[in-house]
Design a protein around this ligand. Sequence first.
Ligand SMILES: Nc1ncnc2c1ncn2[C@@H]1O[C@H](COP(=O)(O)OP(=O)(O)OP(=O)(O)O)[C@@H](O)[C@H]1O
Length: 224
Amino acid sequence: MTDPVLQTQGLRRSFTQGEQTIHVLRGVDLLVQPGEIVALLGPSGSGKSTLLQAVGLLEGGFEGSIRISGVEAARLDSPGRTAMRRERLGFIYQFHHLLPDFNAVENVVLPQLIAGSDRQNAEARAQALLTALGLGHRLGHRPSQLSGGEQQRVAVARALATQPALVLADEPTGNLDEATADVVLAEFLRLVRHEGSAALIATHNERLAQRMDRVVRLHEGKLD
Ligand SMILES: Nc1ncnc2c1ncn2[C@@H]1O[C@H](COP(=O)(O)OP(=O)(O)OP(=O)(O)O)[C@@H](O)[C@H]1O
């Protein structure tokens, strides 16, 4: 049987500031199967970003188990976590975090080079992904020369460039107007399905969440 791409068990995270301790995650159990697209819903401050940071192996300070493709994250040292992020995970944020001095293709090529692809293959894949997202006529544009929706499409292509098992997206269309958000999300979902990746997508938006395979809700530090 194939391992789930993501399994958390009893995941906990607290933040202490002065006298006050906030228990943000209070035992989160989450299972994401290969190819599954899961919406992570919850009100502002419920801990969606904290959960994504945990499973993205971006921060320490967590208790509980995080398994990515069957590998327990706590058993990995720092280079092991970096390799896991590079080889198995893709990231999309609310603000694209593209490299400003690189054009669209170069932004999508870079993670592939870091993962060991040769430049020619990386460029071909970058162009194919960007073209599939409707950006075939903007390949040489830098982020400042692209609209918000176009920048976010580049971020989608970059996240999928290394064929990750799991894409983690934090409000990926949160800074776009409603019509653009709908189009970019539809293209994102279509491409994720086509590539066969799984995705965990944090959003406030119930309507967008209903377009994913499954919805999980963070409530008082746990998933309902
Ligand atoms: N580094 C930190 N130090 C202290 N408190 C933190 C830290 N990071 C997050 N928190 C607190 O944890 C709670 C959850 O934050 P988080 O950003 O995960 O929520 P969210 O559901 O993603 O919210 P939003 O939808 O508004 O982005 C908040 O109350 C926040 O203040």
